[in-house]
Design a protein around this ligand. Structure first.
Ligand code: SF4
Length: 417
């Protein structure tokens, strides 16, 4: 097994960007009645035994949180429940756990491999998500392994990712309680990637009281219009921008400064100015943004659309880092008539220095044990193929930085450092 997949969707490059008019999701097709709500899996009711690797070509077992969770291929390799290796990475530092049910996620987000419309052709536990398969593992086995590793665990953080399901709130609490009974959250902090649609302020409070460290809200879309198009009414999905902001603000009050954040996907039709204004808004509230480069996930309602051009992505990635960690403000930056960053607002030598350090181009997310601006959650190849890396899950080397400079249109002349 490997975290690498053959790729056909490579981004365009060169002064371009994914404009709103071009980024229209296709409409979801109706699902045959027997496949709805995990119908195939529930009808077969095949009991699960141990670790389930997706797409094993036998009846997908009926696995259900809190007894079972799914985890990324990278996390499963690092945990040792699945053989394999990752391109240029020894391991991942975040054990990201995903709640799982035969009925799957009841939302229909256009860019997501877990979306409801996929029940027509793929059982929930067999769906790809952020470009990789997600093996399912008994929660008790996960806890046994990590508790047994003690201080030697390779993980710097654990994350519980909720999905849109009626049991998601109470099962997140059960998973967190089971974890903290054996593993001290002050030595291995826990993040919650929430599902605001089913949550109340009281749910946020309980998770904080149980020891969760950081609470994040996956806004994903950068504007209310794109949110509605990709995760709301536009694709028969239940989410609303207002509800997501309500829970984000609850998290700010309950978890406090630097302990909440938002996920944002770049390149779904917003301008660079719009997404960076959102980044600024979150920083002004006291939080951080965790950024993903749009990649047309196989089987999703946006799988026919282009990945984010690398120059657009690099400009936003760099500007976001400056706003999140270098005290720059969006008002100090300049934008062209298409909303693209034309000036980062820093003297050239200082900007060069930030680029050379490379941290701005690493995967963004909740911090691990290396530094505040280095994410534990490195999501190897979650938003790009290894042949054209968007978020570096490791420190970019000199060659990588040279490639990044070229993508930014800031290549150095030979012999000039
Ligand atoms: S709520 Fe999350 S898991 Fe469900 S379809 Fe939307 S992005 Fe995917």
């Amino acid at each position: 097994m490997t975290c690498l997949k053959p790729e056909s969707h490579l981004p365009r490059d060169g002064g371009t960007f994914n404009a709103a008019a071009d980024m229209q999701p296709r409409a979801p097709a109706p699902t045959p009645a027997p496949a709805r709500n995990g119908g195939r899996v529930r009808a077969a009711n095949q009991p699960a035994e141990g670790v389930y690797l997706p797409n094993n070509n036998f009846q997908t077992p009926a696995m259900r949180s809190p007894d079972y969770v799914q985890m990324s291929t990278a996390a499963a390799i690092t945990l040792g429940v699945m053989p394999g290796q990752m391109h240029r990475c020894g391991c991942t530092r975040c054990l990201n756990l995903l709640l799982t049910y035969p009925e799957g996620c009841r939302a229909n987000c256009a860019y997501c491999g877990l979306a409801r419309h996929r029940e027509a052709d793929r059982d929930y536990a067999d769906r790809n998500f952020i470009r990789v398969d997600w093996p399912a593992v008994p929660m008790a086995q996960v806890i046994d392994i990590v508790a047994g590793q003690g201080d030697a665990t390779p993980f710097h953080r654990m994350c519980i990712s909720m999905i849109t399901h009626p049991n998601s709130d109470e099962d997140t609490v059960s998973v967190l309680k089971a974890w903290t009974r054996r593993i001290d959250p002050s030595s291995l902090p826990v993040s919650i990637l929430s599902n605001p649609t089913t949550m109340t302020r009281a749910d946020v409070k309980i998770l904080h009281e149980l020891g969760a460290d950081i609470f994040t809200v996956a806004l994903d879309a950068a504007t209310p219009e794109l949110f509605d198009r990709t995760r709301g009414k536009g694709v028969q999905s239940p989410h609303s921008w207002a509800k997501y902001w309500e829970i984000l603000k609850d998290a700010r009050e309950i978890f406090g400064r630097q302990k909440f954040g938002a996920h944002i996907i770049v390149g779904m039709g917003e301008t660079e100015y719009e997404v960076l204004s959102l980044v600024q808004r979150i920083v002004d509230l006291g939080g951080h943004s965790h950024m993903f480069c749009f990649f047309p996930e196989r089987g999703s309602l946006m799988d026919h659309l282009p990945a984010t051009p690398r120059d657009q992505w690099r400009r936003v990635q760099l500007a976001r880092y400056l706003i999140d960690y270098r005290g720059m403000r969006v008002e100090q930056m300049r934008f062209d008539e298409e909303g693209r960053v034309s000036d980062f607002g820093l003297p050239k030598n200082e900007l060069d220095d930030v680029i050379a350090k490379g941290v701005a181009f690493r995967t963004s997310g909740c911090p691990g044990k290396f530094a505040e601006d280095i994410s534990a959650c490195d999501r190897p190849y979650g938003d790009s193929p290894p042949s054209n890396i968007a978020s570096y899950p490791f420190p970019p080397n000199k060659t990588d930085i040279g490639k990044i400079r070229t993508q930014l249109g800031m290549a150095r002349r030979p012999g000039v450092q």
